[in-house]
Design a protein around this ligand. Structure first.
Ligand SMILES: [Zn+2]
Length: 342
């Protein structure tokens, strides 16, 4: 029988301090050239072992080889100027220095495919690989060329599709598109965001996921969350159309937020990566807290569709805290697994 409640993380995990400045987004590398390549591979080995040791079922690269979950992919496309960065406001929330679109975008070469092959060679566990979603990419740059968000998103989706097909061929089991922007531009999601995702996943035979969250646990995001009211009902606006899409898995934020879990009932038939770990606090959840979130999700979704996960990436956390949270996640899932088999 298939194991219930397979655990995974949303994506990023902290990097070792010898590779990049810890607890920082867009942290510059501390190594260069061949040393950097080897350093990234060592970091990838460590993050894999830590996930396996914690008992995480679906493992990932912890995004050890990329500086940022969006810009690293964008910077590898042609048509992008990453030398003349400009400051833009991301998701209407915080300013960041980002690359720009100055010509037609296209993918000339694989971006993460070698990293995925490397990870595949290290483990027999199922692998999930995160890519940025088209809408979130559009929101993380300036565009002096297309000047049309939908058009640019569709171009990105084509590039993502090329990458995704090669990742699948490299042995990736689940390809995940990160779309935090789906919780901000709700009308656009329904008008063209999901359509863009369908282009990005066209022709894939592996499973696909979309990760939609309220962002990393950085101050700009936690401040924004305070303005969102007593109940966060963003998911309610987009889940009906996502339910009709061909995406297999939806990853969302549940624990410690104000998301009413009844939104899960809008995802009938989908697998659901239930965020049971808060990435915005250093407090490590107890396994019992994780179990409580899973039990709550069970009110709205079938057991075989629930995949316990983290709310978002853990890159900005300390390694000790992230490690503790991984262990709590796996232990919490095991509690509910035992309850159901009793
Ligand atoms: Zn996230």
């Amino acid at each position: 029988m298939k194991k219930l409640f397979p655990t995974s993380t949303a994506g990023s995990l902290p990097k070792p301090s010898w590779l990049a400045e810890p607890e920082t987004l867009w942290s510059p590398w501390k190594l260069e050239g061949a040393e950097l390549t080897l350093g990234k591979q060592d970091a990838l080995r460590i993050t894999l072992k830590e996930q396996e040791h914690a008992g995480v079922d679906i493992v990932s690269d912890g995004e050890q080889t990329r500086q940022h979950f969006v810009t690293t992919f964008i910077e590898n496309l042609s048509g992008v100027d990453f030398e003349n960065k400009k400051t833009v406001r991301i998701r209407n929330r915080y300013d960041a220095s980002v690359p720009g679109i100055v010509g037609p975008v296209s993918r000339q070469k694989p971006v993460f495919v070698d990293d995925a092959k490397f990870l595949r060679a290290q483990t027999n566990q199922p692998i999930k690989w995160a890519l940025p979603g088209p809408m979130t990419m559009v929101d993380t740059l300036y565009d002096d060329y297309y000047q049309d968000r939908k058009k640019l998103a569709f171009e990105f989706a084509k590039a993502l599709n090329q990458e995704a097909k090669e990742l699948e061929a490299a042995g990736v089991n689940i390809i995940q598109f990160d779309e935090p922007a789906f919780n901000v531009f709700l009308d656009d999601v329904n008008e063209w965001g999901i359509e863009a995702l369908e282009i990005a996943k066209a022709g894939l035979t592996c499973e696909t996921a979309v990760h939609i969250c309220y962002g990393y646990g950085i101050k700009a995001n936690t401040d924004w969350k305070k303005t969102l009211g007593e109940e966060w009902r963003h998911y309610e606006k987009t889940f009906p159309a996502i339910q009709k899409s061909s995406i297999d898995i939806v990853s969302l934020e549940c624990h410690n937020g104000r998301v009413p879990l009844e939104v899960l009932s809008l995802l009938k038939g989908k697998k659901i990566m239930v965020g049971a770990i808060d990435v915005a606090t250093d407090t490590i959840e107890t396994p019992e807290e994780v179990a409580a979130t899973i039990r709550e999700a069970l009110k709205y979704a079938d057991a075989d569709k629930i995949y316990p996960c983290t709310n978002c990436g853990m890159a900005p956390l300390s390694r000790d805290v992230a490690r503790g949270k991984l262990h709590a996640l796996a232990a919490g899932a095991e509690i509910v697994r035992k309850e159901l088999s009793a």
